[in-house]
Design a protein around this ligand. Structure first.
Ligand SMILES: Cc1ncc(COP(=O)(O)O)c(C=O)c1O
Length: 402
């Protein structure tokens, strides 16, 4: 079981009287991350790569941070590309891969993804790439592998899709979708931004080629991380300076380098999570940590889903089941006769921070006909939320919705 007092004590920002339920927007950072940023900036804030001791210390700290990011994804450090954000990383990837493609080649994007994993690929249409759209099934708002199968062709070069919608919260069957794409000779680029804060990731078990997350939603700093399968990274052209070798991984995909102090602080994320897995920090404890997180989240979200599903004025977007293998605790809904924008200010008055909008999954909200109603209200929980906070939210919603 998760020791919630211990968990909450690791997040200085949780001392606020606010109930923070906008965590899919961004989680608050754990103490270990804050300490490491401070430590880097006070102890060795110098350029990497020189021979003097401080520079060696800085290089080692950044390398440890990269290894931590790799551990979070189940990858090796050379397969991990770091950058300012997921959005920047996907745009760089699209530009790099386009170099190896021809006019008439195809990419598949979805209508449920955050625009990060759509726009970068759709933009290639201007260069002669054909874009096909894989739509969610309207009754569930979920991606189904059979619908992907129908879109794949011998010209498909890449399928871009999400592991978990940042609106619906449903978990996509990534291994099945990745296997279909691979059988058709296509690469996969999977958005794990809404998934990685909640569940253990293992890129090899998933069978993906590219897989990315934003670590400011995983209790860390504003750093984007992208796994790329080694063979594909080696075969893809560099986007760095001409003198950076094609075999220099991951440097050939990191133009301008990384933010040193933020990358160094990523060790704080794995230290924190390993601490949740058991008493000992070390191998295997990330699995145990995410087991505990998943169990806690399932119990946490159940009363909220039960309340929303039973309320006559509420339409839940997506699955009412709290089951951990089906969803993460990101819950969106609309209220009959009211715009989504009307609800969060009423919860603000009660000290509860949630949000409304399209959350950059603009195409989904448009296809659901919800743009003119200001999108959806989204409540996004993580493991540091407590059952008492959820009870407070349910009580506040009962007042606000009547
Ligand atoms: C599901 C999803 N994908 C991608 C992004 C973009 O991430 P970043 O802010 O690192 O560019 C977000 C940000 O909210 C997101 O929720």
């Amino acid at each position: 079981m998760l020791d919630l007092d211990h968990v909450r004590s690791q997040f200085p920002a949780l001392e606020t009287p606010w109930v923070l339920m906008d965590n899919a927007g961004g989680s608050v950072p754990c103490r270990q991350v804050i300490d490491r940023i401070h430590d880097f900036l006070t102890r060795c804030p110098v350029q990497l790569g020189a021979s003097y001791q401080l520079s060696l210390d800085a290089s080692a700290a950044v390398l440890r941070g990269r290894a931590a990011a790799a551990a979070l994804l189940g990858a090796t450090p050379e397969e991990v590309i770091l950058g300012a954000s997921s959005t920047a990383l996907v745009q760089q990837l699209a530009a790099a891969l386009r170099g190896g493609w021809e006019e008439g080649d195809e990419v598949i994007v979805t209508n449920v993804d955050h625009e990060t994993n759509v726009g970068a690929w759709r933009r290639l249409e201007r260069t002669g790439i054909v874009v096909r759209e894989w739509k969610v099934r309207p009754e569930t708002c979920e991606l189904h592998p059979d619908d992907l199968a129908a879109l794949l062709s011998e010209r498909t070069r890449l399928v871009a899709f999400t592991h978990c919608s940042n609106i619906v919260g449903s978990i996509t069957d990534v291994p099945a979708c990745a296997a279909l794409a691979r059988a058709a000779g296509a690469l996969t680029c999977v958005d794990a931004v809404a998934y990685a804060p909640h569940r253990r990731v293992d890129v090899r078990a998933l069978g993906v080629d590219f897989y990315f997350a934003s670590l400011y939603k995983v209790y860390g700093p504003h750093v984007g991380v992208m796994f790329g399968r080694l063979e594909v990274l080696l075969a893809t052209g560099s986007i760095n300076h001409f003198f950076v070798g094609e075999d220099e991984l991951p440097r050939k995909f990191e133009p301008g380098g990384v933010n040193y102090e933020l990358v160094a602080s990523l060790v704080g994320v794995t230290d924190y999570l390993e601490g949740l897995g058991g008493q000992e920090v070390g191998a295997g404890t990330l699995d145990a940590a995410f087991e505990r997180i998943a169990a806690h989240e399932e119990a946490l979200v159940a009363p909220l889903l039960a309340f929303l599903s039973a309320h006559p004025a509420v339409t839940l977007v997506g699955d009412p089941s709290p089951a951990r293998e089906r969803r993460v605790p990101t819950v969106s809904f609309t209220v009959e006769g009211r715009a989504a924008s009307e609800i969060p200010p009423l919860l603000d008055e009660r000290g509860i921070a949630v949000r409304f909008g399209h959350f950059y999954a603009y195409r989904l909200i448009r296809d659901l006909g919800l743009l003119e109603r200001d999108g959806v209200v989204r409540v996004s929980l993580v493991h540091y939320n407590s059952p008492e906070e959820v009870a407070r939210l349910v009580e506040a919603l009962a007042e606000v919705l009547g």
